[in-house]
Design a protein around this ligand. Structure first.
Ligand code: NAD
Length: 434
């Protein structure tokens, strides 16, 4: 078991820190955001992630998990340093690496004996080599440090489970010693039989981008199939479910929706596209996934306009679900943002409800109304749009909805309502791809 510092205590860093302490390591979660650290020290969890609070409490009580904004000391006191800061998209599409390199400089200033420097942030292929070269200016590889790329595959909303029971762990490093150190960090996963795979740094970096791009491509593909299903009289639900029974395809990520969002897929696809351009490689499938997604978001807005036959101006639209997917408060690149912007630009009014993400969205839109439950949000609404697949929307009381709404348009962008439910027959109900 190791002494570890995770730098960056966001969605990935916090779950990683907590997960590694659950494995028995002594972990310091460090962040420059002092408010976040103060909250964590006071037992407050800055993000919504099911199951996280319980294991934070347990590991803090067992003295295996600490929070700090003193990054220098935590680096000095640890054998393994994990970088988990953000790598957002810059204007050119390239990943903005300023946070990663600022952490690398901090590490350089505080390296005091052999440490494994590991990147968990999603970074462009070649970053590992650059970080190694920066450190090599002042230190000796193998005796002072070794570098590891250890990409993260957790999904927000099921991050705790994904971290504790991963499909695989990728350890990209040229050093056998660092590989052994990382195996030790993840030791309990041997018991769970999760494979730990040793690759080169570049391969590990590429695995992350290739995986995210492939999943995003699958979503864009089924969205396009759904759009075609509507025109040819097929039902995308049946199409996707039968496609998914083919082991070569698998049913995962075959759910049509309003276009993918979140803090990963959109920016990671843009970043990979930038990298492929840099190398003069035209990745047509990747570009298609990006373009199809942009189109899908626009098309869904246009569809709403078409469905509400008398136009959106002065209409009241209830938007249910604001986060980019269920079980998270993360609204980064959420399709709901596009939808709300569209409704407002057309002169409509938005009544919004999300079980968790009202607060996050209110930082972006102060000119819409937020409600504490579905039924308040849909009062006197002309149309209701389901944007996120939260479980509570599946069990919505359709009789009550009918009574409360003014006009009776339902646009179910996640196909979560049962279209065979006869109560839906009283509405102008539209799903995707049927
Ligand atoms: P985030 O924005 O939630 O968290 C980043 C944290 O880093 C913030 O708390 C910020 O204050 C902190 N930070 C920034 N600069 C710092 C510095 N110099 N020193 C210390 N802390 C600093 O980001 P995230 O969603 O956790 O993503 C982190 C990385 O993991 C990204 O590269 C992302 O692509 C990757 N990733 C994310 C997910 C996901 O589902 N969110 C999944 C896999 C991989």
């Amino acid at each position: 078991m190791k002494n570890i510092t995770i730098i960056g205590t966001g969605y990935v860093g916090l779950v990683t820190g907590v997960g590694l302490s659950e494995f028995g390591n002594k972990v310091i979660c460090a962040d420059i955001d002092n408010d976040k650290i103060l909250k964590l020290k006071a037992g407050e969890i800055p993000i919504y992630e099911p199951g996280l609070d319980e294991i934070i409490k347990r590991n803090v009580q067992n003295n295996r998990l600490l929070f700090t904004s003193d990054i220098s000391s935590s680096i000095k006191n640890s054998e393994v340093i994990i970088i988990a800061v953000g790598t957002p998209q810059s204007d050119s599409g390239e990943a903005d690496m300023q946070y990663v390199y600022s952490v690398v400089n901090e590490i350089k200033e505080n390296l005091n004996g052999y440490k494994v420097i590991c990147t968990k942030s999603t970074v462009p292929i070649g970053t590992g080599k650059k970080i190694t070269n920066i450190l090599k200016n002042n230190f000796k590889e193998n005796s002072d440090f070794n570098y590891v790329s250890n990409p993260e595959f957790l999904r927000e909303g099921s991050a705790v489970k994904d971290f504790l029971w991963p499909d695989r762990i990728i350890i990209g490093t040229s050093s056998l010693i660092a590989y052994e150190v990382m195996c030790d960090v993840y030791r309990p996963l041997y018991i769970n039989k999760s494979p730990i795979n040793h690759t080169s740094v570049e391969t590990a970096e590429m695995i992350k981008y290739a995986s995210n791009s492939f999943l995003a491509l699958k979503i864009s593909y089924i969205n396009e199939i759904a759009n075609l299903c509507e025109l040819v009289g097929a039902d995308v639900h049946d199409v996707a479910s039968e496609m998914g029974k083919d082991g070569r395809i698998s049913g995962k990520f075959l759910h049509p929706g309003p276009g993918f969002g979140g803090s990963c897929f959109p920016k990671d696809l843009e970043s990979l596209s930038f990298i492929s351009d840099e190398h003069g490689v035209q990745m047509d499938t990747l570009t298609a996934a990006i373009t199809a997604n942009r189109k899908q978001k626009k098309q869904m807005c246009n569809k709403l306009e078409k469905l509400v036959t008398t136009g959106i101006k002065d209409k009241v639209i209830a938007v249910l679900g604001l986060s980019f997917k269920a079980n998270t408060d993360d609204i980064r690149e959420s399709s709901s943002i596009d939808m709300i912007n569209f409704i407002l630009s057309m002169g409509g009014n938005v009544r919004a409800y999300d079980p968790i993400a009202n607060k996050s969205m209110s930082r972006l839109f102060s000119n819409i109304s937020y409600f504490k439950n579905v039924y308040e949000a849909i009062k006197k609404a002309d149309a209701l749009v389901v944007m996120t697949e939260w479980n509570e929307f599946i069990d919505i009381d359709l009789n009550k909805v009918y009574e409360l709404m003014d006009k009776k348009f339902i646009f179910d962008m996640r196909n979560i309502l049962d279209k065979n439910d006869e109560r839906l027959g009283k509405f102008n109900y539209f799903g995707l791809g049927n």
